[in-house]
Design a protein around this ligand. Structure first.
Ligand SMILES: Nc1nc2c(ncn2[C@@H]2O[C@H](COP(=O)(O)OP(=O)(O)OP(=O)(O)O)[C@@H](O)[C@H]2O)c(=O)[nH]1
Ligand SMILES: [Mg+2]
Length: 376
């Protein structure tokens, strides 16, 4: 099959890259392979250079140092696009977590889509070799991305994808993220520009050779990026004045929740999980009252009666509150965090849920329309 460019970002993959290239070439020797290496200290580039001697279909982009997987993929895509014959661009990891044998399957589906991705978190998908902790982090990140930003795919963090030329051009125009937040940034650009996405279930297998490059700082960076995009979009959708009120009400809710929990537990000696029931409900009520009287005051006339709004809000918050409660218990009893810190994590999850939902339902008549926008 002609016009197919396979982009593989590498950093210290000398143990994997040779086999990966050989296998891809055994599937179809007309595939072009572009390795984007960040001056790997283990000599990955030298392995690729040696293989280049025997094939004009193996290319390499050499970068001066570790600049991040996201920008590596983008640079690889740009290189592919510089060839006029490029029709589809496949991106995958070098560590065999993505099975190169799945490439033709994704390419077949790509005939009727702008982007096709291999997803672990859809029916038929699978993860092999990961610890429950790793699965938990990845699952949580994907849930946050999907539900906070309303992205339809089952998985946002996968880099096993096929892009049509048109879709790839759009991505190189709008996406300029460096690290693992690339998955989210591209998903947003793809959605906002109305590209057709299809998913194929894949088995993701943990690497057996080489080390993972994912660090805690990458996770923090991705969460920061998510928070930035979420706040940016929320403020755009709400309008700046309403957004500021929303934030102030949210902050008072946090103070009430934490304050009540501390007073009831530390001062009155009540078991923290019983105190939490009261503190959580206290913050729900205060959030409702302030939002109703202040943030969405102008919408009250066209909304349902106050007790219906309160009931709806409480029902909706029940889910967020269960997150708050479960996370409080999990971090305190299982991970042995200080209970007020655990509660902060719980509140963060509940806030994210409650605000997303309340925007869409509790003040349904509030007339906030979702705007279309590009990635950022
Ligand atoms: N060029 C380049 N490639 C990178 C960089 N970071 C990671 N990679 C490559 O991107 C692919 C995925 O990286 P991994 O370390 O496997 O990270 P991951 O797949 O997100 O995490 P694991 O689940 O632990 O495998 C691999 O081929 C890496 O070599 C980087 O900064 N620059
Ligand atoms: Mg990997």
């Amino acid at each position: 099959m002609r016009g197919i460019y396979i982009v593989i970002p590498t950093y210290n993959e000398s143990e994997n890259i040779q086999d990966m290239i050989k296998i891809i070439r055994s599937i179809d020797c007309d595939y072009h392979i572009i390795v984007v290496d960040d001056n790997s200290p283990d000599g990955t580039a030298a392995v690729v250079q040696e293989m280049q001697k025997s094939s004009a279909f193996i290319h390499m982009v050499k970068r001066p140092g570790k600049l991040g997987i996201g920008s590596a993929i983008c640079d690889g895509i740009k290189t592919a696009l510089s060839s006029a014959d490029c029709q589809y661009i496949v991106t995958l990891d070098a560590d065999f977590s993505h099975n190169p044998a799945d490439i033709p399957i994704l390419l077949e589906v790509a005939e009727n889509a702008d982007m096709v991705q291999g997803s672990r978190y859809m029916e038929g998908g699978k993860i092999t070799g990961w610890t429950w902790r790793r699965k938990f982090i990845s699952r949580t990140a994907n849930c946050l991305y999907r539900y906070l930003l309303n992205i339809p795919q089952h998985e946002i963090t996968t880099s096993f994808r096929v892009y049509s030329r048109k879709c790839a051009e759009c991505i190189t125009q709008y996406v300029n993220t460096d690290r693992y937040e690339y998955g989210l940034a591209t998903a947003l650009v793809i959605r906002d520009n109305g590209f057709k996405v299809k998913e194929v279930p894949i088995e993701f297998v943990d690497r057996t050779r080489g080390k993972s490059k994912l660090k805690v700082s990458d996770i923090v960076y991705s969460l920061r990026y998510l928070a930035y995009i979420f706040i940016l979009r929320l403020s755009r959708n709400l309008g700046i004045q309403r957004f500021i009120r929303f934030c102030i009400v949210g902050t008072t809710g946090i103070i009430i929740n934490q304050g009540l929990l501390w007073v009831l537990t530390d001062k009155l000696g009540i078991y923290y999980l019983y105190s939490a029931l009261i503190s959580i409900e206290g913050s729900i009520l205060s959030n409702f009252v302030f939002n109703d009287l202040w943030t969405f005051r102008d919408k009250r006339r066209i909304s349902s009666p106050v007790f219906i709004r309160l009931l709806k809000y409480n029902l909706l918050c029940a889910v967020g509150s269960s997150f708050n409660y479960a996370i409080l218990w999990f971090f305190t009893d299982i991970l042995h965090f200080y209970y007020l810190l655990s509660n902060l994590f719980g509140i963060a999850a509940a806030l994210a849920w409650n605000y997303t939902i309340s925007l869409n339902w509790a003040w349904v008549s509030l007339g906030i329309k979702k705007k279309k926008s590009n990635g950022k």
